[in-house]
Design a protein around this ligand. Structure first.
Ligand code: CTP
Ligand code: MG
Length: 192
């Protein structure tokens, strides 16, 4: 929380938000890779839950999960290179093994949270692809943080209370904004 009083002073706020987004890229990007490279065998093997509805649905596939994990890790390595070139000391302040554990747990947790979100959507009778505003936007984040907190001893170094709080505030806003831009660029058929 120690950041926020100072934050009110202009440029510092923007810098802080950019830092939060940067730290969140290993959580944000896996699901995009899943969208692009996903397909094939569904993780629930097409099976139904005791309520007669699909456990997860056809939108959650092994390939999407696998490429999502690889994609998140790939992006994190690009971040490492970028940080070294521009002398930024965030993820690059860790040794490679610590970095590996942190970003992989962030990415894995993100994909896992997306599965939990789908599981809940099916239980709530929302079909595959159907919107579930805050659930779709925050499920991955909650689990990304939880996994990384439990697995990586360095999670707490970067993800302080103010960073986590900011993450939960900006993620739904970024979600709406990026979807609207994708719609305007005709990459998506609907603006949500
Ligand atoms: N995807 C995948 N495997 C995953 C996650 C996503 O193959 N583990 C792909 C699927 O093609 C999916 C698309 O990415 O349709 C969009 O992902 P998402 O919006 O998370 O899934 P939905 O189709 O909306 O399904 P749900 O309603 O269960 O969220
Ligand atoms: Mg969806």
């Amino acid at each position: 929380m120690q950041f926020w009083p100072e934050l009110i002073r202009g440029a510092f706020l923007i810098e802080f938000i950019l830092k939060v987004i940067w730290l969140l890229l290993p959580s944000y990007t896996p699901n995009n890779f899943a969208v692009v490279f996903g397909g094939g065998k569904p993780i629930d093997f097409g099976k139904k839950f005791i309520d007669g509805k699909r456990i997860l649905g056809d939108g959650k596939t092994f390939r999407g999960f696998g490429f999502g994990l690889l994609g998140g890790f790939f992006v994190a390595n690009l971040q490492l290179i970028f940080e070294r070139i521009f002398n930024i000391m965030l993820y690059s302040s860790l040794n490679y093994w610590s970095f590996f554990v942190l970003v992989l747990s962030l990415s894995f947790g993100s994909l896992f949270g997306d599965l939990v979100g789908s599981f809940l959507k099916r239980r709530l009778n929302i079909e595959r692809g159907g919107p579930a505003p805050l659930l779709d936007q925050l499920d991955f984040l909650i689990f990304s943080f939880t996994f990384a907190y439990l697995i990586s001893p360095h999670f707490k170094v970067f993800f302080t209370f103010d960073v986590i709080l900011t993450a939960f505030i900006i993620t739904p806003i970024l979600h709406v904004l990026t979807n609207y831009i994708a719609y305007k660029l005709k990459l998506k058929e609907v603006p949500w």
